[in-house]
Design a protein around this ligand. Sequence first.
Ligand code: UN1
Length: 493
Amino acid sequence: MKKYQNFINGKWVDAKSGQVFENRNPANWDEVIGTFPKSAKEDVNEAVKAARTAFDKWRLVPAPKRGDILKNVGDIMGARKEEIARTMTREMGKVLVETRGDVQEGIDTAYYAASEGRRLFGHTVPSELPNKFNMAIRVPIGVAGVVTPWNFPMAIPTWKIFPALLCGNTVVFKPASDTPATATMLVEILMEAGVPEGVANIVHGGGSDVGMAIVEHPDVDVISFTGSTNVGIKISEVASKTLKRVSLELGGKNAQIVMDDADLSLALDGVLWGAFGTTGQRCTATSRLLLHEKAYDKFMSMLVDRTKKLRLGDGLLATTDVGPCIHEGQRKSVHSYVEIGQKEGAKLVAGGGAASGNGLSKGWFYQPTIFTDVTPEMRIAKEEIFGPVLSVIKIKSLEEGVSVLNNTIYGLSSSIYTKDINNAFRAIRDIKAGITYVNGPTIGAEAHMPFGGVKQTGNGHREGGWTVFEFFSEWKTVYVDYSGKLQRAQIDN
Ligand code: UN1
């Protein structure tokens, strides 16, 4: 069995306590991927010290040179893509085409960040005084704490770490304890690509031991977290004591509207992929279908039929459409929502229980599940389930669809299928979400576009795209007076 370690100040080390935890395959719980250090505050302290020291040199490396290293990172990830994808499927279960896509998102992010090294644009602005020059430039913040989930074990860490490094920050990375092997590969690649010692550090372990120690550490300047809304609120509270900058990407309760004028077979492919891709374990997953009454009967019969044909299994097999839930606790939580839905009076038309059968007996499989007769006030219509459960709500009009779509505390992703351009633009205007897809499912964000949500999905920041470089840098405003005399703004002009 492989024994993994933390990476601190350029060296692979055990947790100071010597304790370890196991990582198992959710499609076959007998298979242990490896053991990982069960770290604590003392390990975080070492990593932060290393990152703090390394920051003094790294911030002075020209941004285009930092970009060149990230270009190498993208190249190495490309060469190791298949190996990383297979490891990822083994440790978190999603099917191989999806884990390949996850790695590709990391590669895209590397090349995008590499090119940003030759931009990182600032502003030059005319001064109100003669012989004076005004500019605002971007400077690094310091040590970045990066805390990431298990559902996108490569893509999400890269969204955070690559822009943080490109901007000149150093990093202390705590990956989800369900996907530490993929995270370790990312750190190996960073080192091989030429990231200097101490600039990127990884500390494995639990959220309350390691994650919170990073968040509360006075020498960590900025935190980027993706995960549940409850943990996000806690992070926000703890980080406020040292007034850290914090970016939070939290829950979602995303909906796909299907209008009566939509291309129904396109909308069907969209909702199947959105609801059951990654076993529904995405913050962008489609967990509500808002279906126009005129398309209802036809669409529902196609949807139930296709859903029942989805093949569950080990994500490494080419015959598998849907992998397992991440662990026992998640499968239990999904099932408890199914029970809640039934008690609330919704009608189960597909799935509704743990899946058993050939090849499924040692994994956390759950049948793709659909509820109809869901009303907007039911808990299954409002709360994030994070599993393969779709709630269907009948709508009479676009206005009703948008209003039901907005009836949640979250606002990450959204989708509308319609051939009517007026419907599409009204939806774009009125939907309260960070992302809206027209004639596409709620999933499928591209690395070079802003990613994030409104309301309790986050705290207003965006990762991905050009916006993430704003998050990981400070503005410094510079005035250069070359008049040779005292010039007083607001007074001498
Ligand atoms: C997430 O749902 O946790 O758009 C991230 C997508 C992916 C990223 C999703 N590119 O679904």
